[in-house]
Write a protein that binds this ligand. Sequence first.
Ligand code: SF4
Ligand code: SF4
Length: 443
Amino acid sequence: MPKIFNNLLSFKGGVHPKEYKYLTSSLPFEKIPTPSKIILPLSQNIGAPSTPIVNKKDEVFAGQLIATQNGPISAPIYSPVSGNVLSIGIEDTVSSFTKESITIKSNENLEMELFPKLDLNNISDKEICKRVQMAGIVGLGGAAFPTYFKLTPPKDKIIDYVILNGCECEPYLTRDYRLMIERPKDLIAGLKLIMKALNLEKGAIGIEDNKQDAIDVLQNLVKDDNSIKIFSLKTKYPQGAEKMLIKAILNREVPPGKLPFDVGVAIQNIGTAIAIYEAVYLGMPLISASLTVSGLGIKTPKNLIVPIGTPLIDILEYCGGIMEDAKRVVVGGPMMGITQHNLNAPIMKATSGILVLTEKEINQFDETNCLRCGKCIEVCPVNLTPTKLARFSQLGRISEAEENGIFNCMECGTCAYVCPANIPLVQWIAFGKKKLSLAKKAV
Ligand code: SF4
Ligand code: SF4
């Protein structure tokens, strides 16, 4: 039976931005030295912020629980370093909002307390979910939704498939690619744990066909295992968006306003599967992030393993510093990432990349009026009319934006990427969505 599925199904629209993955794709992960200071925002996931359980001046050790889960959609936080709590207060974060954070001055002690060992031969679905919850794991593909919540879907949702998202369709980023080729066994073990937690017999990994060696390595590992299929998918942005991935692999359509669960699918990121493996097999809480540091504006691009809470500046300095012609630092990929204004802000659990971009890489042209070319409509993978939605948002006509499906926009940035007038379509749409949500809450 063939085990690599060259699935020609893709999705309407999408774009092929210049990849720049060559800058880091051959670079193995390196661990950076412990930074002198760690800043841990209490809100690093979708849902409620965690509740701090340490005080200023307290001594903490690496792996210690310092903030607890606060409600059903929340996650605990552990200290990645040993040291003393310097402060608990408001700090800048990479999300462009300030957040209450615990700042820890680290010391040289590298010892770490792990969770108790589990009986891996007899582990139950409940034990896996409990361990994932305890470890503070959130979706590491960017959304940062608490993972245990996704592993315990409502009883009325019948899930039959789990898909690991190995597309990594954002240009520059090679974090997931490196995890796939450096840790394929851990990845498959993580996928098996997810399948067991959800009582599923079918799992898949979807990978864009620009990562053929990752496809080959994983295919070789599962060649005798009929429960897992590897799908080679067309390289196209945003192939890694959940709805696009489900369409490409299973030919199922997630209706507007619905979730993967509604079509029987659970999706997890490559990094999340590795974090689940580490929590269950090694007893590790989520205290470090694997990420790509890239762009023509950084002296030495790298793939790194970094303690969560490390300030951006420490990471950039470890990579040799930024070039004179660097113009912008972005956290995440260039399509959906966030431009940074304070390099002292710390990386968070779901940070997958830091880009330092030069003028050459940034769209240099000023915004002009809409040319009515229709390109944004052609490429929108979910059949929206971005130009109209942006205009309604700009004019405050938010109910018309809602009627035209603004909440179906996944903010992939594809429309803005192709717009020859450089209209910040996605920012306007995001603004409109926020305004509408606030208006709904106020009712
Ligand atoms: S309207 Fe939204 S979903 Fe459509 S291309 Fe633009 S950002 Fe992506
Ligand atoms: S791509 Fe830009 S210029 Fe063309 S129709 Fe859309 S908003 Fe207007």
